[in-house]
Design a protein around this ligand. Structure first.
Ligand code: ADP
Ligand code: MG
Length: 345
């Protein structure tokens, strides 16, 4: 059977049985969330890993090594944030082809170390090997979260509001800029490329949500809202209604779509690598959480919809009509690649 007949997520489901054959007493969550959750005596231990492969996740020559260093660590820190945790340690494994210079590797590490410093993360190890052609970067990150504050994908409750920590689709817009070179004002193109290369992190927001007790589930948006909200709905046994007029869409993304004819909603809901935090929260606590986040970070939590009964995800349009969300997010084996760098690790 070909992997393309199965898809990325069915593949993970297929290999999951038998993975936990040893003593289960340390394992609170294994395969199936943004990070594994492990008993460690005091606070719970979080562990996550993500890989970036040349020609799949990035094209050398279109992203700087410094940006690549930042991004490969950022996508891992994002998974720790998605559990409500604080990141601590990172382990960096790289497979280096002969075409990559030592100076370029210095820049890769400069990008990684700058972010690690900002995020309070120590780099404690890794592995280095050669590669024939492509540069591969795999990073594992540990974190911790106080018992009782961990945010799983499985905790969403009917009636919860759905919050996201930033605009949607900008990274996918950056990919369009990169691949199609549309004629856009420079600041518009740069804003979208920036979102693609240097995703923001929401570590403070994650802790505000986790400590509040008001957040019931969380995930980071690596494959696109359509796919990632579905993970929460499937995991929690609920459905969702997404209010289209409430979706946070940036001015640069709107300009890109106006100039190129790309579908705004398709990019916002199906585009990967935004790395925004998505959480479902007690409806009575939304205003308080939004003002705490605004005060402490100067940023906005956007309220984009509601968790409902059933298992469907529906879009509610401005005129009140509802339609099923049919878009899916990125899948490494079933999504047709534009022969270019692709979506979330
Ligand atoms: P994320 O997008 O948050 O990084 P993924 O969709 O990559 O999450 O992975 C979903 C879950 O499957 C995670 O728990 C991850 O650790 C697990 N997983 C992914 N690939 C493998 C694999 N090859 N073997 C075992 N577990 C895997
Ligand atoms: Mg994730």
């Amino acid at each position: 059977m070909k992997l393309s007949e199965l898809g990325e997520f069915a593949f993970i489901d297929r290999i999951t049985p038998g993975c936990q054959a040893a003593d289960p007493s340390r394992v609170l969550r294994g395969i199936g969330d943004d990070a594994a959750v492990i008993e460690a005596g005091g606070d719970l231990l979080l562990v996550t890993t993500d890989m970036l492969i040349e020609q799949v996740h990035f094209l050398r020559g279109t992203i700087s090594f410094r940006q690549l260093g930042y991004k490969s660590l950022a996508v891992n820190l994002s998974d720790i944030a998605a559990m409500g945790g604080v990141p601590h340690e990172a382990f960096i494994s790289i497979a280096i082809p002969p075409t990559v210079s030592v100076e370029e590797l210095d820049q890769l590490y400069d990008g990684m170390k700058a972010l690690a410093r900002d995020a309070g993360v120590n780099v404690l190890g890794g592995d280095t090997t050669g590669s024939k052609v492509d540069l591969c970067i795999n990073i594992a990150v540990t974190g911790s979260v106080p018992r009782g504050e961990v945010l799983y994908r499985t905790g969403a409750l009917v009636g919860d509001r759905i919050l996201v920590s930033g605009t949607l689709g900008d990274s996918a817009g950056g990919l369009v800029v990169l691949l199609e070179r549309p004629d856009l004002p420079d600041e518009v193109a740069q804003a979208l490329l920036q979102a693609h290369y240097l995703p923001q992190l929401y570590l403070t927001e994650a802790r505000i949500l986790a400590t509040s007790g008001a957040a019931h589930a969380a995930i980071d948006l690596s494959d696109g809202l359509a796919s990632d909200l579905r993970h929460i709905c499937r995991g929690s046994g609920v459905g969702a209604v997404v209010d289209v007029p409430s979706l946070p869409l940036s001015a640069p993304l709107r300009q890109l779509c106006a100039a190129t004819g790309h579908d705004l909603l398709r990019l916002a809901l199906g585009g990967g690598e935004d790395y925004r935090l998505l959480a479902t929260v007690d409806p009575g606590r939304v205003a308080e959480l939004r003002s705490t986040v605004a005060e402490r970070t100067g940023r906005t939590l956007f309220d984009i919809g509601e968790i409902v009964t059933g298992d469907a995800i529906r879009l509610r349009h401005a005129d009140g009509t509802c339609a099923p969300l049919e878009l899916s997010g990125f899948d490494h084996f079933t999504t047709r690649s534009p022969a270019a760098p692709e979506e979330g690790p």
